[in-house]
Design a protein around this ligand. Structure first.
Ligand code: PRT
Ligand code: ZN
Length: 288
């Protein structure tokens, strides 16, 4: 049995569970329990605060975990073994950025020198300032960092941004991005039994299949053999198609293929112009 650490309740929870469901995992779901077992895969979920996930995975309490890169890198331990990133999951995207009051005359990172910078990410900020040889005062705040400039607590903030509306409503402007972040699947640096490794590989293969399927479409159309080269020009992502004669019509063919890209209306119109008819585009759920 492998154990996976997951945020108990927050921005990553729903998308993480949805991804596991799409990998075929089902749970006897109870949000108030610390541990939930999958009913059809040897895996149990450990539901915790996201900030604790790197530590649980580092120590091998959990074999794998789903966590934001911002939290992972904040909890990196220098000189120790850290969790390794196995997959980027493409959700929970945000950026960790410096922001200053609208009136602040920002002239690049040199403007950070000597300033009071409020953040919930003192580890990442400290490393950044050392790397850039900048001296500044780091003020650690656990939440609502965006209100610290107006309170006179800080000159600059370093906080997560996604749409930017929190900054705007506090009269702050984003001036520098320190890092981009998304949810990742991490693995413990502790040695694992071959059985556990095999289970993790099995889950990763399913994840890859789900991810691959997201960007692929199955396309079906009727066409003539002479129109095939034109159709391929319109659909560069078309794999070797399956071509079948249509019953009772010697010249016309049914063309079926996996297409490695999204298909927009413009593409459909292009296919029609190339001579295709009865064009069907369907999503793919899984690919192995
Ligand atoms: O209780 P627990 O400790 O588990 O949860 P939490 O409150 O610490 O974290 P949570 O659930 O808020 O976020 C979990 C993860 O989601 C973060 O660690 C990021 O990896 C990711 N994420 C993605 C975000 C955002 N987008 C985000 N916009 N986390 C926080 N924000 C906040 C940000 O701090 C700021 O206050 O949203 C505000 C900015 O949003 P915009 O859209 O106004 O720019
Ligand atoms: Zn947290």
């Amino acid at each position: 049995m492998i154990r996976l650490a997951l945020q108990k309740s927050g921005r990553l929870t729903e998308k993480s569970v949805d991804l596991l469901n799409r990998c075929g995992l089902e749970f006897n779901w109870s949000k108030n329990r610390l541990v939930s077992r999958a009913t059809n895969f040897p895996l149990e979920l450990m539901l915790v605060r996201d900030d604790d996930i790197p530590e649980y995975v580092r120590e091998g309490v959990c074999d794998i975990g789903l966590v934001g890169e911002n939290v992972l890198y904040e909890n990196l331990q220098e000189g120790a073994l850290n969790p390794t990133v196995e997959r980027e999951l493409g959700f929970g995207r945000c950026r960790l950025s410096f922001a200053v009051p609208e009136a602040f005359d920002y002239q690049g990172i040199q403007s950070l020198r000597g300033r009071k910078i409020a953040t919930s990410y003192p580890g990442i900020l400290g490393r950044y300032l050392r790397e850039k040889s900048l001296d500044a005062h780091v003020i650690e705040i656990s939440g609502s960092v965006e209100i610290t400039p107006v309170l006179g607590v800080a000159d600059v903030i370093l906080d997560l941004v996604s749409t930017g509306s929190t900054l705007r409503s506090n009269n702050l402007k984003e001036v520098e991005t320190l890092m981009e972040s998304q949810c990742v699947l991490v693995r413990t640096p502790e040695p694992l039994s071959s059985e556990k490794s095999a289970l993790i590989d099995r889950l990763l293969r399913r994840l890859d299949g789900v991810k691959k399927a997201e960007h692929n479409k199955y396309i079906m159309m009727n066409a003539t053999r002479t129109s095939l080269p034109k159709i391929r020009e319109v659909l560069p992502g078309l794999e070797q198609p399956t071509v079948m004669p249509l019953d009772g019509d010697g010249d016309r063919l049914a063309v079926h293929a996996v297409c490695h890209e999204d298909i927009f209306w413009e593409t459909m119109e292009g296919l029609e112009e190339a001579g295709a008819t009865s064009i069907l585009v369907v999503p793919i759920e899984k690919i192995l």
